[in-house]
Write a protein that binds this ligand. Structure first.
Ligand code: FES
Ligand code: FES
Length: 153
């Protein structure tokens, strides 16, 4: 059964008819072609599908699309400012914190939420904030360095 849902994605207001069983991840990727948000495990274990709901990180694979009614969702596609990368994206590039890139959108969204709440996190706070985001390539050090360098200005 479909239901009408209104929400905002990356500052764009929209109303969609959505099958009630669909996850936010499915709606983003399949209905809105916002494929920057990745599906890893689909079970809440890898963090690849992390988006922000009202500026807090959330696993879109575990979130029903109907749950985000009237909420604001941010995805990796919304981070660029015009043609400019967000400072977090730039820092990931500069620190070599991206290898295959599959974890990167979710990792960056978790970092974005952290820096939004705490602009100067300690290294252990960065580790904690990304602890739900798995990366099988980088060994995490360069990712933590990338986030830390932003917090150090
Ligand atoms: S795809 Fe959502 S946590 Fe892995
Ligand atoms: S860069 Fe490959 S999983 Fe993180």
């Amino acid at each position: 059964m479909k239901k009408k849902v209104a929400f905002t994605i990356n500052d764009e207001h929209m109303e969609l008819e959505i099958e009630s069983h669909k996850t936010l991840l499915e709606v983003l990727r399949e209905d809105l072609a916002l494929t920057g948000t990745k599906e890893g495990c689909g079970l809440g274990a890898c963090g690849a599908c992390t988006v922000l709901i009202e500026d807090s990180p959330a696993l879109s694979c575990l979130t029903l699309a109907l749950e985000v009614k009237n909420k604001h969702i941010s995805t990796i596609e919304g981070l660029m400012i015009g043609d400019e990368l967000d400072p977090i994206q730039l820092s990931f590039v500069e620190h070599g914190a991206i290898q295959c890139g599959f974890c990167t959108p979710g990792m960056i969204m978790s970092a974005k939420a952290l820096l939004g709440q705490n602009p100067r996190p300690a290294r252990k706070e960065i580790k904690y904030a990304i602890s739900g985001n798995l990366c099988r390539c980088t060994g995490y050090k360069k990712i933590i360095d990338a986030v830390e360098s932003i917090s150090n200005g």
